[in-house]
Ligand binder design. Structure first.
Ligand SMILES: [Mn+2]
Length: 345
């Protein structure tokens, strides 16, 4: 693999300070890390008096509405003109937390055409080639938020982080490590120490994300565990599927099924967990988790037009939940036979 382009810190700093209008892009269905990293960086640029906005392809879960800087988010499928205008007027773009440009969804085409300097900061494997001026890529990083912390430390060593930046980055790190269960390193805690010292509002984050459930969401979770959880012992796999009808019954809001897949993975004899959620546009999404060496991103890439990390990936199929479930049950044995020599279940 050719070495990705990288600029020295002084040049990056000069590019940022010289930009008139900065745009930070992150992926469709943004999670805590995508939002935390993007808003963390956004708050830092705002602090530097830079015109900055965060562009996301579609809506984000309501419980992240506490994140500082959220008023700088433009949701492209709700405000397509504002989103395209921001993109075309920008003179420096940061892409955070995604490795394939199709994760930009309806922004992809405009993005590809833009002749504007682009910087990538990401921890997913094999980032797509584009006209990057700088790529900061580290698959060993817990999260893109951790990488943004390191990026700022490197490029702006003299600038203290504000509590707003720190709150966003801490949220991203916490969410992408499952609350420090996986993927973290000594560097993760080094960044967390900096964020805590900078005044990260951790209690506010915990309150909004973990202590603010609706009764509907908890009932949906109970329903999933009691009625929908299926175990395939011969494949060490557990999965749950939700139809649109079921989601409507529980007044589903975006983000309500967050973490359900991890509960399926918590079963002692299970190595692979899948959550299947039917969307309202003829597509069904699949969210994959695994333990240890099992590369579910490969399963997602091979059969479900998706990708991600070794232990956490996502994909989709054209069709309803039962079609997605059938495809999973068809492809899983085939795939496991193929990885079996390397990975034992
Ligand atoms: Mn991430």
């Amino acid at each position: 693999m050719s070495t990705p382009p990288s600029l020295p810190a002084e040049q990056l700093r000069a590019a940022i300070l010289g930009a008139r209008s900065l745009v930070i892009l992150t992926h469709k269905n943004p999670d805590g890390d995508a939002l935390g990293a993007a808003l963390g960086l956004c708050n830092f640029f705002l602090q530097k008096d830079k015109k900055t906005c965060v562009l996301i392809p579609d809506a984000y879960p309501h419980y992240y509405r506490f994140l500082p800087g959220r008023h700088k988010i433009v949701v492209a499928d709700k405000q397509p003109d504002a989103a395209r205008l921001a993109l075309t007027q920008s003179d420096l773009i940061f892409c955070l937390d995604f490795n394939r440009l199709d994760r930009l969804d309806l922004l992809e085409e405009t993005f590809r055409k833009l002749q504007v300097p682009k910087v990538l900061i990401d921890h997913h494997p094999d980032p797509e080639k584009a006209e990057w001026i700088h790529v900061f890529h580290d698959t060993s990083a817990s999260s893109t938020s951790e990488m943004v912390g390191r990026f700022l430390e490197l490029v702006f060593p003299q600038d203290p982080l504000s509590p707003e930046v720190a709150t966003c980055l801490f949220t991203g790190i916490f969410m992408d490590t499952g609350g420090f269960m996986y993927g973290f390193s000594a560097d993760t805690f080094r960044q967390c120490m900096r964020l805590m010292e900078a005044g990260a509002r951790t209690q506010e984050f915990i309150h909004h994300v973990f202590q603010n459930n609706t009764l509907d969401r908890l009932r949906l979770f109970g329903y999933c565990l009691y009625e929908k959880l299926q175990v395939l012992p011969e494949y060490a796999t557990a999965y749950m599927s939700l139809t649109q009808e079921e989601m409507k019954r529980f007044n589903f809001r975006k983000g309500d099924s967050e973490n359900f897949v991890n509960m399926a993975l918590s079963l002692g004899n299970v190595q692979i967990a899948v959550l299947i959620t039917e969307q309202d546009n003829g597509i069904t999404r699949l969210s994959f988790r695994s333990k240890g060496e099992i590369p579910v991103n490969e399963l997602a890439t091979l059969y479900f037009s998706g990708g991600g990390h070794r232990n956490a990936a996502g994909g989709q199929v054209q069709g309803n939940a039962s079609q997605a479930e059938a495809l999973l049950k068809e492809k899983l044995p085939e795939w496991l036979r193929h990885i079996w020599p390397a990975v034992s279940i």
